[in-house]
Design a binder for this molecule. Sequence first.
Ligand code: PAF
Length: 281
Amino acid sequence: MKIISKVDLLKQAVREAREKQLSVGLVPTMGALHEGHKSLVERARRENDVVVVSVFLNPTQFNNADDLRTYPRTAEADAALLEACGVDIAFMPSVEDIYPEPDTRVFHLGPVAEVMEGAMRPGHFNGVCQIVSKLFMMVEPDRAYFGEKDFQQIAVIRAMIKQLGFNLEIVQCPCVREADGLAKSSRNVRLTPVVRRVAPAIYRTLKESLNFAADHTLQQTHDWVVATINAYPEMDVEYFSICDGTTLQPLENWEDSEYVVGCITVYCGDVREIDNITYKK
Ligand code: PAF
């Protein structure tokens, strides 16, 4: 595995692969890699001749300085995991390598980027689009891999691709969970033992809500999920939106869409956890 930090060396390595007519898969990450990332990398490995994984803690997508400061950094372990997965290129640049000049681009991606995380974390998706579009321009991958835990992020990246005319396939990969159902996340290491014990109630409640939804209205289901999770003193639901799975706009009735998803964000102590469930597809 090549570890590359400079953009021109990355472009050269990818150019060499292209000259040999090899397909290229990209897995963008912010490091602190876990089983969820591993499943993306393994899928990319199966589906492409050359696999590039970027490990870059992108400052422009953090709207909260403390979140950036406390985000786990595990570069050595990340490189070892990627090597063991048979990755060809680990791209591990510095902030100066990626942003020699401040990135002043502003993305207007419409309603899909304005609800939920877009509303709660101003600037977050703009930062995601800045880094992901840069990576797409540098690597020009045939396929890029993203986890469904960040459900809205995938929808926003699809909108960006459409707007900028990138020609690549977005591969949407299932969320990987701990044995007790908690979605794997780099931030899970920050949960205190007490909070870690109750956090699986998020997904458990979402799953139970599938049954609840069978004989309750959308609003009743929404309220039941929020009340059930908020009954744990350690947890506080920031939002739960039952929305159209493509536009991400909130729905009023189950019949209003053929594709219905519930997206939730919960403060578990001071750690923000996100998750989602599909009601209808
Ligand atoms: O999902 C993430 O880890 C990040 O938002 C991404 C896509 C790697 C961009 O920094």
